[in-house]
Design a binder for this molecule. Structure first.
Ligand code: NDP
Length: 327
């Protein structure tokens, strides 16, 4: 059987992509074959599509770090033909062919069955970014959040948007930090009660501690923003470090940890264990408002993928972008 896929090739360290017609014999090893319905665009996909960070070592390559779809063949007793499944992480789309294709073959251990209430489109409107937001929210809740608002940085992006909405749905007051003043109405509509200009937090901190402004933080930006936020956390509260859209450095002091008992929690959605993943999907199903999820999502076809890579790296993509691989 033939299927369409975004195929990346590399020549002289320059990565280029085309939509190619492949057949099943070219699919990688795996015990479950999935007819892919949707995939998404994430920051890491932007890096892979443009060759930034050299995350892909073997070409030709099919990118797409997550997908939802329907099992079409399975040698894994846990999955049968017709099961609706979602896959995020496990370095699929990076070291294994991913979701920017009408068909994928993977290891059954990497899949999660979709909860009944989530459509395949819902699942990818959430995608890796949404799963990461949920893992981050759970992590800061496990440590106990303070009474001040919860800050989300990189709020207009994928991880940030779902985090703002999830926190608001869970009943928290949410402050959204963005570099896009024009995104204020959007952020308010998905649950933010306060908008913080990105530049306020992007400056390196002026001292080891500042006034206690935040009861928790989900940070997608890193670098000076993260260093700055650490000095403004309430006593005993937590920062979930999810991303590095602003850079991967961290120049801080031990003072917020020693004098305010601040917790810095690392979030990794790629290798997180199956049970944690499954629980996170069930809670996403319970908490998310489907109307708002639709409002924060743009659906595009496979042919748009190549142009979107540079856009997401430039911080120009708002909310979630879903790829309808059948169009
Ligand atoms: P997006 O590009 O959708 O969002 C990133 C947001 O960060 C932008 O929308 C922008 O928000 C802000 N931003 C961009 N550039 C800068 C900059 N130079 N300085 C400060 N802020 C900036 O990406 P995703 O939401 O998909 O991913 C966000 C981060 O999370 C990435 O680093 C990604 O690799 C990481 N990630 C980590 C995961 C994990 O498991 N830990 C899983 C998924 C993603 P605004 O316009 O509102 O300022």
């Amino acid at each position: 059987m033939t299927f369409r896929a975004v195929l990346l090739t590399q020549e002289d360290r320059t990565v280029s992509s085309e939509i190619a017609e492949l057949d099943d014999s070219q699919l990688p090893e795996g015990n479950v074959t999935v007819d892919v319905s949707y995939s998404t665009l994430n920051y890491k996909d932007g890096m892979i599509l443009t060759g930034v960070g050299r995350l892909v070592r073997d070409y030709p390559h099919v990118p797409g770090i997550d997908f939802s779809g329907i099992v079409s063949a399975s040698a894994d007793p846990r999955y049968a033909e017709g099961d609706r499944v979602v896959l995020t992480g496990w370095r699929v789309g990076e070291v294994h062919w991913g979701g920017y294709a009408e068909r994928a073959r993977v290891n059954g251990d990497w899949l999660v069955k979709l909860p009944d209430g989530l459509s395949e489109l819902d699942a990818m409107s959430i995608g890796t970014a949404g799963l990461t937001s949920m893992l981050a929210m759970q992590a800061i809740e496990d440590q106990g959040v303070g009474s001040a608002p919860i800050l989300v940085t990189g709020a207009a992006g994928g991880v940030g948007s779902v985090a703002v909405h999830l926190l608001a749905q869970a009943g928290y007051e949410v402050a959204a930090s963005t570099g896009r003043p024009e995104a204020s109405d959007y952020l308010t509509s998905i649950g933010a009660s306060e908008i913080v200009d990105r530049s306020e937090l992007a400056e390196p901190p002026s001292g080891p501690l500042s006034s206690e402004r935040w009861g928790g933080c989900i940070d997608a930006v890193g670098d000076t923003t993260l260093a700055h936020v650490l000095t403004e956390m309430q006593y005993g509260s937590s920062v979930a470090a999810c991303g590095l859209a602003g850079g991967n450095s961290l120049d801080t002091t031990v003072i917020p940890f020693l004098l305010r008992g601040v917790n810095l929690l690392g979030i990794d959605s790629v290798m997180c264990p199956f049970e944690t993943r499954q629980q996170a999907w069930l809670r996403l199903d319970q908490l998310l408002d489907r109307g708002i999820l639709t409002d924060m999502t743009t659906v595009v076809g496979l042919e748009n993928v190549a142009s979107l890579g540079p856009e997401i790296l430039a911080g120009k993509v708002q909310g979630r972008t879903v790829i309808d691989v059948r169009n």
